[in-house]
Design a protein around this ligand. Structure first.
Ligand code: NAP
Length: 244
């Protein structure tokens, strides 16, 4: 229970990797705030069963006003914000030739500007606390690129750049900022991939299989806890060895 009494904010925490992260942090004793477009009452109830406090706040991370209101509500409910996980993310894949400007904008807005909005909102309260952990969920695609994902790769590479910059900016306030870069993980997002694409990628994963949301959550829990206090500005790949 290394996170007992801490407050963790998880964006996109209702389902997929975000839900696994919320559950894992709750198992470690953290109270959980899920920020999501649609709050799953089922997820909130499952978290509460782990004997921690849990609330969901409907939030669109692309909307600064919505994010600021949500963070205000978190601070009214809990005394501190100790852990922030920027997990909300979308894909809108296409070759650049066919990629619409609106699909470029949508992906950058959720994956990169969304994290910016959340970090702007928590910046002052976390600085006042002089402690905290920020974990940005990037992707190996942000490191290696991927055909049909110019928008997604750019957003995740941007998130990695922001992680390293804020690790430097926040270090004097005892706030560690790291990224986790999942490879291919079994969620709704990867269910969209064709059988050929899945086969191709599995051949290129040394451990020979897609990962599970819990594999990502385990890395996040390490970076959210005291065992990682001397680690900042890093990208931890959870990818079965795809990128090394
Ligand atoms: P997912 O199952 O599609 O879940 C994404 C979550 O983000 C959903 O709860 C979604 O809400 C929420 N979201 C989307 N737009 C939002 C917005 N504007 N404001 C607030 N919440 C929003 O995806 P996942 O596979 O769990 O992915 C989670 C993160 O891991 C993403 O950042 C993704 O890029 C990253 N990742 C995933 C993989 C993978 O293989 N799955 C690999 C590398 C990185 P709704 O339910 O309302 O849509």
């Amino acid at each position: 229970m290394s996170l007992k009494g801490k407050t963790a904010v998880v964006t996109g925490g209702s389902r997929g990797i975000g839900k696994a992260i919320s559950m894992k942090l709750a198992k470690q004793g953290a109270n959980i705030v899920v920020l999501d477009m649609v709050i799953s009452d089922e997820t909130i109830d499952e978290i509460k069963k782990l004997k921690v406090k849990a609330i969901g706040i409907e939030t669109n991370v692309t909307d600064e006003v919505s994010v600021n209101e949500a963070i205000k509500k978190v601070l009214e409910t809990f005394e501190t914000i100790d852990i922030v996980v920027n997990n909300a993310g979308i894909t809108k894949d296409n070759l650049l030739l066919r990629m619409k400007k609106e699909d470029w904008d949508a992906v950058i807005n959720v994956n990169l500007t969304g994290a910016f909005n959340v970090l702007k909102a928590v910046n002052k309260p976390m600085f006042k606390q002089r402690s905290g952990k920020i974990i940005n969920i990037a992707s190996v695609v942000g490191l290696m690129g991927n055909v049909g994902q110019a928008n997604y790769a750019a957003s995740k590479a941007g998130l990695i750049g922001m992680t390293k910059t804020l690790a430097r900016e926040f270090a004097t306030r005892n706030i560690q900022v790291n990224a986790v870069a999942p490879g291919f993980i079994n969620t709704e997002m990867t269910k969209k991939l064709s059988a050929e694409v899945v086969d191709y990628f599995i051949k290129n994963i040394p451990l020979g299989t897609f990962g599970e949301a819990e594999d990502v959550a385990n890395a996040v829990a390490f970076l959210a806890g005291p065992d990682s206090n001397y680690i900042t500005g890093q990208v931890v790949n959870v990818d079965g060895g795809m990128v090394m």
